[in-house]
Write a protein that binds this ligand. Structure first.
Ligand code: ADP
Ligand code: MG
Length: 570
């Protein structure tokens, strides 16, 4: 079974192609979005999704969010006893999505299409692919998020030359892409963005706007908390108020410290005004993407909205002003990418009707090798970038270039593979190195053929041949920092398998407990005591193992927590 996955910075989602259409699959809590959050304690017990987010407030040192930002780097986060890379944490999220599909269809999926941002480089793509492999998935294809979104909006059913502008404002990143079909091939014509702009930044604006209104008592109470705790509380208040402002004119901005609740009313207009600085930053990438693709605003067939933060009225208003028309949001903006990934999955599975269209992406960056050359004074200039596959070339693609030796009796030639646009290789990203032995001859007399093959998943293979000796090296790039082998993958897999995952039928109880735990810590005194008693009672019911009783008790607990959080005792 082949599934489509949106592995997001803030939220992830999974969809399948069934009955001629894409369908999202709910998680164990019945929700279509799963927060990309993982919490692991010292005993190796794991929480994912909403439960992990709740543990962010109570156990920040055991919880990780936004790890997609570290994808493709060696950075690790220590959770419990072990350190985890972004690909391992992503694998935990992927595994939970796989289990959701297994639960829904009674069959464990083994293959996936996973989406990545259009700007992801080789390393980030390879890391994403490995995350899938650690989770036990064969990653059939990585596709760009805007391509997926355009598929969800039916780009493939349009004619040629009907460009879509995909405007994606998520939790922490902003991406604009122009996607178009030409000759039956769907491609990203241009992409631009700001990887430090999203809903989180609007939360900061909300906090700056509202914190002063909470009053001196609140300031004193907040000052007594640890910085992480204070930040978490204010963020929670801002997130809640900001979402509420998407549907109403006013909302409560409220924090509870100990027994005290501090609240102030946030008005939509004041928030809009305060957010204008961020709104201005939406403009530049739009202009850049249009310019790079050579497409003018008027000839765009569709402007489609993707990402939860596009639900803010302040963003919609700005867009309508910018484009002079209402953007299309007929597909739920938070679901478009996963739905599109499943369209691609359906296409790969050759599920009737879809096999007419080929979907292709372009190479997002130029790929090449470093070379040296003698300047006109006879000095050797090194570190000059020689492009082999230029950016925006449709993939899959295979290109070959000739190089020759530079010194007399040179016995070996080294090729460093780079990705980027700068002439000086030091400014580009080094992807790997390969060496080949050459026959000893005068400089320039030995030719070497270098072939780059770039596949539809954005993975690169390098072939180096010396025709004179017949020596040939077919190398999968392995560079020092990124040199993961299948042994390393096995180690990651084993480590994750050793983690203790809560049984699926307990997921709702686990999430309820995590939330109760968060509430327990946010209050003090008798309220805290009461929540403590609720937790004890709930645990007692769980221990009785009667499903019906447990479900009833859980509903009661959640309703009580709702009441407490909506309207805390003063
Ligand atoms: P990502 O692609 O980064 O994983 P999403 O597309 O899921 O992110 O968007 C997450 C962001 O959407 C968060 O900042 C969240 O606050 C915001 N968001 C979700 N729903 C709403 C809403 N109703 N109103 C305003 N913002 C929302
Ligand atoms: Mg997203």
């Amino acid at each position: 079974m082949l599934i489509g996955i949106d592995l997001g910075t803030t939220n992830s989602a999974v969809a399948v192609w069934r009955d001629e259409r894409s369908q999202l699959v709910p998680n164990a809590l019945g929700e279509l979005l799963t927060p990309s959050a993982v919490s692991i304690d010292r005993t190796g017990q794991v929480w994912t999704g909403a439960a992990a987010l709740d543990r962010m407030a109570t156990h920040p040192e055991e919880t990780a969010t936004s790890f997609k930002r570290m994808m493709g780097t060696e950075a690790t986060v220590k959770l419990g006893k072990r350190s985890f890379t972004a690909e391992e944490l992503s694998a935990v999220v992927l595994t939970s999505l796989v289990e959701d599909v297994e639960q829904a269809f009674g069959e464990r999926p083994t293959e996936a299409v996973i989406t990545v941002p259009a700007y992801f480089n080789e390393k980030q793509r390879r890391a994403t692919r490995r995350a899938g492999e650690i989770a036990g998935l064969e990653v059939r294809r990585l596709i760009n998020e805007p391509t997926a979104a355009a598929l969800a909006y039916g780009l493939q059913d349009r004619g040629d030359r009907e460009p879509f502008l995909v405007f994606d404002l998520g939790g922490g990143t902003f991406d604009v892409s122009i996607v178009e079909m030409f000759d039956g091939i769907v491609e990203v014509r241009a992409s631009a963005g700001d990887n430090r702009l999203g809903g989180d930044d609007f939360n900061q604006i909300m906090i700056q706007l509202m914190e002063p209104w909470l009053g001196e008592g609140a300031a004193a109470a907040l000052a007594r908390l640890s910085p992480e705790r204070r930040k978490a509380l204010l963020n929670l208040a801002a997130e809640k108020a900001r979402r509420a402002l998407s549907d109403q004119a006013e909302a409560d901005f409220a924090v509870t410290v100990g027994d005290d609740r501090f609240a102030a009313t946030a008005g939509g207009e004041a928030f809009e005004e305060a957010a204008q600085g961020l709104i201005k930053r939406l403009r530049d990438p739009v202009i850049r993407s249009l310019r790079d693709s050579g497409i003018d605003l008027k000839s765009l067939s569709e402007i489609v909205l993707v990402g939860g933060a596009t639900r803010m009225p302040v963003v919609r208003k700005a867009l309508t002003r910018m484009f002079g028309r209402f953007p299309n949001h007929s597909v739920h903006p938070d679901h478009a990418v996963a739905l599109g990934a499943a369209v691609q999955a359906g296409l790969l599975a050759k599920d009737g009707g879809l096999d007419e269209i080929r979907i292709t992406d372009v190479a997002p960056f130029t790929l090449g090798v470093d070379t040296s050359t003698h300047d006109r004074f006879g000095n050797l200039q090194t570190g000059i970038f020689a492009p082999i596959i230029e950016r925006n070339t449709p993939v899959p693609v295979s290109r070959m270039e000739w190089f020759s030796t530079i010194r007399d009796n040179q016995r070996e030639v080294e090729f460093n593979v780079y990705q980027g646009e700068a002439r000086d290789v030091a400014q580009n990203v080094r992807l790997g190195t390969t060496r080949i032995t050459v026959p000893a001859k005068p400089a320039g007399q030995v030719g070497i053929e270098v072939r780059f093959t770039y596949d539809t998943s954005g993975l690169l293979e390098v072939d180096v041949t010396v025709p004179e000796s017949g020596l040939h090296k077919n190398l999968v790039i392995v560079d020092e920092e990124d040199g993961r082998t299948s042994k390393d993958l096995d180690a990651s897999r084993k480590a994750l398998q050793a983690l203790k995952v809560h049984p699926r039928d307990e997921a709702e109880n686990v999430a309820a407990m995590a939330r109760a735990g968060r509430c327990y810590e946010s209050f003090t005194g008798h309220v805290r005591q009461t929540i403590g008693d609720w937790i004890t009672d709930f645990q007692g019911v769980i221990d009785k193992q009667d499903k019906r009783l447990i479900a009833e008790a859980r509903e009661q607990l959640l309703a009580a927590l709702d009441r407490l959080e909506e309207n805390p005792p003063l």
